[in-house]
Design a protein around this ligand. Structure first.
Ligand code: NAP
Length: 312
């Protein structure tokens, strides 16, 4: 089988599997939901239900399609029905902010909530909105923290995920330079201006992607936060000149379908350290899971479940 068709196997099959090993749902089962529209592509039920099962937790995770004009009712419903938590996905990550009672520092900075956690204070339950993309993104970089401190960096893209990445890089590694290499400069400038309060060293600069060769060549880490290279366009790459990558660089692709993107294959060929989006996907899920259950998510179980169900 050639490489392209092999990678194209990443097309997902999310149909229900055998229920024989499930912990039965009872009147005590705690529910967690992901809300979004569309929602049927979500991998979160596969990840979380596999982890609940492995730890024999009396929890169940459901995907609920919620339209944009029903966010208020949906969050009120989670509250009234006593959900143990929720994830929020596109297009509701911003709209949900006024619906929760408190927003964490990072979610406020990024302007997006992807996790809702019920917390109890003075006998009253309130809903906190958090953004676990920051922790999820950083998880595989902790081994490289020394090399990244104060380094030059390039981030491709300026959408929702790029916001979390830029916040994470600025606040954790204090880069000397963080170039936002973008298609639409106004979007990049908006991101830079929104995060200016976290950019003490004025490291953030916006550049058209086509003019970012020297930034890429001199960066310790290059992060792709565009969808370029996602199935079925598996031969596309956000940076096609692999000659700009070298062995002392980290190339991090947020795209997780396929796991080995064209960008990562090219970078690996040049000897760079590569990090795939599946690692972040599982780490951000784990950062939500621990807040809902008080337990560390068994990440190997989640990875195996995804592999079995989606060929990722
Ligand atoms: P988004 O908000 O739609 O932003 C997409 C960004 O990519 C925008 O800046 C957009 O530029 C840019 N872009 C899109 N197509 C482009 C092209 N052909 N050339 C240049 N730039 C292009 O999406 P997002 O939520 O940030 O997600 C981005 C990617 O990250 C997706 O593939 C998503 O699946 C992935 N992701 C992965 C994880 C994980 O856990 N691994 C988490 C979050 C997101 P404009 O501003 O010009 O539109």
């Amino acid at each position: 089988m050639d490489e392209t068709s092999d990678r194209a196997k990443a097309e997902m099959d999310l149909r229900p599997q055998s229920m024989s090993t499930l912990v039965p749902m009872t009147s005590t089962t705690r529910f967690v939901a992901v809300i979004g529209d569309p929602i049927e592509h979500s991998l979160s039920p596969v990840i979380h239900n596999a982890a609940f099962q492995a730890q024999r937790l009396d929890f169940a995770y459901v995907a609920l399609r919620v339209s944009s004009n029903e966010i208020h009712e949906a969050v009120a419903g989670l509250r009234a029905l006593g959900f143990a938590g929720a994830n929020v996905t596109a297009p509701h990550k911003q709209a949900v902010i006024p619906e929760v009672d408190r927003v964490s520092t990072q979610a406020r900075a990024i302007g997006a909530v992807n996790t809702i956690v019920p917390r109890i204070k003075d006998g009253r339950t309130y809903l906190e909105g958090d953004n676990t993309d920051v922790v999820g993104f950083l998880a595989p970089l902790l081994d490289h923290a020394h090399a990244l401190q104060g380094a030059a960096m390039t981030l491709l893209g300026s959408g929702g995920a790029a916001r979390a990445v830029a916040y994470a890089l600025l606040t954790t590694f204090k880069p000397e330079q963080l170039i936002l290499a973008v298609r639409t400069p106004e979007n990049g400038e908006r991101l830079a201006s929104d995060l200016a309060g976290f950019d003490e060293a004025s490291a953030l600069r916006v550049q058209p992607m086509a003019e970012s060769r020297s930034a890429i060549r001199s960066s310790k880490i290059v992060v792709n936060a565009t969808p370029i290279g996602t199935f079925p366009d598996v031969d596309a790459s956000p940076w096609t000149d692999a000659g700009d990558f070298g062995a002392d660089q980290i190339i991090y692709d947020l795209v997780y379908n396929p796991r080995e993107t064209r960008l990562l294959l090219d970078a690996a060929e040049r000897g760079a350290t590569t990090i795939d989006g599946l690692t972040m996907l599982i780490a951000q899920a784990a950062a939500s899971y621990v807040q809902w259950t008080g337990r560390e998510m068994p990440e190997n179980v989640a990875r195996e479940a995804l592999r079995a169900r989606t060929a990722l």
